[in-house]
Design a protein around this ligand. Structure first.
Ligand code: AMP
Ligand code: MG
Length: 336
């Protein structure tokens, strides 16, 4: 299997995400993370802006008619007192996009304000910005949505290796253990991992753990992103033994898709909170195409046709499939 076998959109998306991983690594290496705080109190960095500019530039070239729905906008960079920050962003984008200039970079970033239509792309340029800042996991998550369904998901993982995935048992080769890689899922064509050094595609499949007592559970690091106390009650009801593994970003989805964990829970802290589509689109397809199951806490399929947020879903339950019904039953039995 090669990226070409996965189709034109997959080739374009993987190439853009591969360069985005390169840019994010350069930002890290040069300790140029440079965070701002957004109106909602969440951080945004040079890496977020640079990656969004780059991926938007590539999509506008490769898929000019497709809208892009992405997390960031350039308003902060257009402020005169952020001239140094915007110059750094242009510098990083130029590493992989030589004709980048300030006006173009700002326009590329603002391409992310597109409207979700019948066919569109969604991007979280840096999913897990807090993980990036504290040395944890972060990913670049890009997905193609057609008629409310995710058709393609690409997750660039600068800090994840198959070798360091928790509880890993599969005999991966030395080449596959190189730092970082890209996970790609294509509807009806499976989920795959391309390591950074040789780019060969290795098939991802979920685990076969059917005993809830042995389930390896993934949960957010950030306490405000998912209700850890409720998660604990659900896991006690299920008789889960190992403590949850805390990890930032859709790196969790990749780990679940690879069979190195069995269950991922995301339980909203407040009624009425709905995830943004770019926080679940790419990762959910990876899990489904690796043989797993993804629903919200009520057992409903994720519906990506409700705008920039998953307004018709509450939280997330993702599993290897075998554990899913037991988890939904435990969630129903445990009050929120
Ligand atoms: P994670 O690392 O899995 O906790 O998820 C990171 C994502 O959580 C970020 O991309 C944010 O979009 C999203 N996020 C930010 N605030 C919240 C919140 N209050 N509840 C749930 N998710 C959030
Ligand atoms: Mg995010």
């Amino acid at each position: 299997m090669t990226p070409q076998d996965l189709g034109r959109d997959a080739v374009a998306a993987m190439a853009a995400v591969a360069d985005a991983v390169h840019v994010a690594r350069a930002v890290e290496r040069e300790a140029a993370i440079g965070a701002l705080v957004k109106d909602d109190a969440s951080p945004v960095t040079i890496a977020d802006f640079s990656v969004q500019a780059l991926v938007a530039a590539r999509l506008s070239r490769d898929c000019p008619n497709d809208p892009l729905v992405a997390e960031e906008d350039a308003s902060a960079l257009r402020a005169p007192d952020e001239a140094r920050l915007s110059a750094r962003v242009v510098d990083f984008v130029q590493r992989v996009e030589p004709d980048a200039r300030l006006d173009r970079v700002l326009d590329w970033i603002d391409r992310g304000g597109g409207a979700p239509g019948r066919r569109f792309w969604t991007l979280d340029p840096i999913d897990g910005t807090k993980g990036l800042l504290r040395g944890g996991q972060y990913v670049i998550a890009l997905a193609l949505i057609v008629d409310g369904t995710v058709e393609l998901g690409v997750v660039g993982c600068p800090r994840l290796t198959l070798d360091t995935m928790p509880g890993r048992a599969a005999p991966f080769s030395a080449a596959e253990r190189a730092a970082g890689g890209i996970a790609v899922g294509v509807r009806h064509q499976g989920s795959w991992w391309a390591s950074s050094d040789d780019g060969l595609l290795v098939r991802l499949s979920v685990s076969t753990v059917a005993d809830p007592g042995r389930a390896r559970v993934l949960h957010s690091v950030e306490g405000t992103h998912s209700d850890a106390a409720r998660c604990d009650r659900v896991l006690r009801t299920l008789g889960v033994d190992p403590p949850p593994l805390l990890m930032d970003s859709q790196a969790k989805h990749v780990v679940l898709a690879s069979g190195q964990a069995d269950l991922l829970l995301r339980l909203p802290q407040s009624r009425g909170f709905h995830d943004t589509i770019w926080d679940q689109a790419a990762g959910s397809l990876l899990i489904a195409e690796a043989g797993g199951r993804v629903t919200d806490v009520h057992g409903r399929a994720l519906d990506f046709s409700a705008g920039r947020r998953l307004l018709r879903n509450d939280g997330l339950v993702a599993s290897n499939g075998l554990l899913h019904d037991a988890v939904l039953a435990a969630l129903g039995a445990v009050s929120s």
